[in-house]
Ligand binder design. Structure first.
Ligand code: NAD
Length: 288
């Protein structure tokens, strides 16, 4: 997309952190935004605060809807609410996310249902609820799915549910970006490094249906750690720039490039090992 003025964005997790940063950047670019979040009070606070940053004649450029992205019907209802409020939708940011720590043997079934439900199925629901509208309108569009550097780098001990879902979000986004070539929309995957948000308090939004939280992320990530991260408003402006430039990956920490290079070098070394392996060479397998 190259002109975002008056275009409509839908952003999940918009009441806090990166979602709020994206919302602020979109409003600053003249867009209209539907803020969606599970936390009604935080959503109301964010909406009021953002309205005060806009000229009075743009008060209607913001609307808000309570949503639980893990619930398919809730996301489809939010899509209807977005169309009712603005008539159209062009940019969809599937950003809401949570984290739950613990070694693999400590994690509960509830931990997996919660983290997979929000971080991965939440993104699936957002794509399914909104992409048909973007295609039908025929005015172009863009999907931004929030993964993490945890979706690009493996091996984050004690973060299995989070790490796994973020890899899934990267894979899903690469697929829909291909599908979007026919469908007339773009797609990007946001892979933040550390950003100063409320993510370390993620269990505040864990519903009772997932059972008790036994291990906490506080063991791994503290308020102090996260406070050293990037300003979420900067991430919001980066996302805006990436939509206009139609980038696939949106990285927030260029210092992490070396770690990605080392991961890929290890992967390539394992191809070379496979090409020399007894099993494949004896079988005369292609590529040996
Ligand atoms: N902060 C970081 O360092 C960092 C790094 C990499 C990736 N991320 C990702 O960025 C995204 C945003 O997180 P953040 O850091 O801004 O955290 P945050 O806690 O400040 O914001 C997350 C928002 O999502 C909302 N939310 C939680 N569960 C929800 C649900 N079921 N339905 C709808 N909304 C829900 C929360 O109420 C909150 O407003 C997440 O996907 C997270 O995994 C964050």
């Amino acid at each position: 997309m190259n002109n975002l003025k008056r275009r409509v964005a839908f952003v999940t997790g918009a009441a806090s952190g990166i979602g709020l940063g994206m919302t602020r950047a979109f409003l600053g670019a003249g867009m209209r935004v539907m803020l969606a979040d599970i936390e009604r009070q935080a959503l109301d606070r964010a909406t009021v605060a953002l309205r005060t940053e806009l000229p009075p004649d743009r008060a209607d450029d913001i609307a808000a809807v309570v949503v639980d992205v893990a619930e398919r019907q809730s996301v489809f209802a939010a899509a209807e609410a977005t169309l009712a409020a603005f008539g159209k939708v062009h940019v969809v940011c599937n950003n809401a996310g949570v984290t739950s720590g613990g070694l693999i043997e400590e994690t509960t079934e509830g931990d997996w249902h919660w983290v997979v439900g929000v971080n991965f199925l939440g993104v699936v629901h957002g794509c399914q609820a909104f992409i048909p509208h973007i295609k039908r309108q025929g005015e172009g569009g863009h999907v931004v799915n929030t993964a993490s550097m945890a979706g690009v780098l493996g091996a984050m001990p004690a973060w299995a549910p989070y790490n796994s879902t973020k890899f899934a979000v990267v894979g899903l986004t690469e697929v829909i970006r291909q599908e979007g070539r026919e469908g007339g929309y773009g797609a990007s995957v946001l892979c933040p490094g550390g950003v100063a948000t409320n993510i370390y308090r993620a269990p505040r939004n864990r519903s009772e249906r997932y059972g008790p939280q036994r291990s906490t992320v506080a063991r791994d990530v503290t308020a102090e750690d996260i406070g050293k991260g990037l300003d979420p408003d900067v991430v919001g402006r980066l996302v805006l720039e990436a939509i206009l430039a139609d980038r696939l990956f949106v990285f927030t920490d260029p210092r992490m490039r070396g770690r990605v290079e080392r991961r890929h070098a290890k992967m390539l070394a394992d191809f070379d090992w496979a090409a020399r392996s007894d099993a494949l060479t004896r079988a005369g397998a292609p590529g040996t």
